[in-house]
Design a protein around this ligand. Structure first.
Ligand SMILES: [Fe+2]
Length: 359
């Protein structure tokens, strides 16, 4: 794209009035927007105020030196092009200036043609840099938007998978959402990182997915289950594991969500199912999920019983602390409940957030 010289601000700093006028006149004749300064301080003031595209500065000027100006300008505005010049410069000066980011070094007396050539080269370089920055910003914006879209579709897919179970059993509608909310609240109390909370959230949203393998009439059966029926219900953690372990996008969170799902009915003392594993082999996420699952399930109405009051629920997990449930998870859960005034409706009144907000 053609650049209009009137849009290019150039600051010239030199204490030799004749040289300053000469350079400024020449640049103004080329149509540039020119600013002049006869000292380092004045030069820096103009730089701060005008943010020129190019600065031409003598190295040996009163006050702030040309080299110091170069350093400060490059620190404040890396895209600003700085050309330094001197009548007494040594090779070391040239090397030093170039190392500090000078675009060019010109020896006095000036070859005016060379000066204009160097200025034009700086303009081209500045344009290229700005184009690159623009492209980079555009790319970053695209990546941010795609990542957000991917994250949204990830959670929509996870929720859709979770709904598979709940559609078959209307009594557990919203159960996994609510368990996820409580589990994340407990996780936050325990100081877990966002990534760990995300794993808990996904595991909670899917923890009962294995119930798709359980006959629907058993899920909604209002009377007691036979041993065989109970065994079928108890097969759901293994079925859930089998379903999830082969879904790459669920298993790519950094920890096996399928393992947490498999373990969600295991208990500290080994009395849980399906494998009767004990404390040392249980993931922290599993321990959090177990407590959340029990609290939500007890607080909800089921075909075979009414919802259980919050005091009884709290007593149940407190009694099971250190035996069935991890004490730190129980304590954190009790804190979360109490912070919500022991009001189970209030505790779970945030279901709209699940699946859309990881915070
Ligand atoms: Fe379950």
């Amino acid at each position: 794209m053609a650049v209009d010289n009137r849009d290019i601000k150039i600051l010239v700093i030199d204490d030799e009035r004749q040289v300053l006028d000469h350079i400024c006149d020449l640049l103004e004749m080329q149509g540039f927007d020119v600013y002049e300064a006869s000292s380092g301080e004045q030069g820096m003031e103009l730089f701060e105020r005008e943010r020129p595209t190019i600065i031409l500065t003598d190295i040996n000027i009163p006050g702030i030196s040309g080299i110091e100006i170069l350093k400060r300008v490059k620190k404040a505005s890396p895209t600003t092009q700085v050309i330094v010049f001197s009548g007494m410069g040594t090779t070391d000066d040239i090397i030093r200036a170039l190392r500090l980011g000078a675009s060019d070094y010109i020896m006095k007396p000036f070859n005016l043609g060379l000066l204009i050539h160097n200025v034009n080269r700086c303009i081209e370089r500045h344009e290229l840099i700005m184009e690159r920055i623009g492209r980079q910003k555009t790319l970053e914006k695209i990546v941010r938007e795609r990542t957000a879209a991917l994250s949204a579709s990830f959670y929509e897919t996870v929720k859709a998978l979770g709904l598979l179970t709940e559609k078959r059993d209307p009594y557990t509608a919203g159960h996994q959402d609510r368990v996820a909310l409580l589990a994340m609240a407990i996780g936050r109390k325990l100081g877990l990182m966002e990534k760990e909370l995300e794993i808990i959230q996904v595991a909670a949203l899917l923890h009962d997915i294995g119930k798709v393998a359980v006959p629907v009439e058993l899920l909604a059966k209002p009377s007691n289950l036979t041993d065989l029926e109970a065994q079928l219900i108890k097969s759901h953690p293994q079925a859930g594991f089998d379903i999830i372990k082969d879904i790459p996008f669920v298993e790519s969170l950094g920890k096996d969500v399928s393992i947490i799902v498999l373990q969600h009915h295991e208990r500290l003392d080994g009395s849980g199912y399906p494998n009767g594993i004990k404390d040392g082999d249980l993931e922290l996420e599993t321990k959090i999920l177990s407590v959340s699952d029990v609290v939500e399930a007890m607080s909800s109405h089921r075909p075979y019983r009414a919802a259980i009051d919050i005091s009884t629920t709290k007593a149940e997990i407190a009694d099971g602390s250190k035996i069935l449930y991890a004490p730190e998870c129980v304590d954190a859960c009790l804190q979360v409940i109490e912070e919500n005034d022991n009001d189970i409706i209030r505790l779970f009144d945030l279901s709209a957030k699940v699946g859309r907000n990881n915070s």
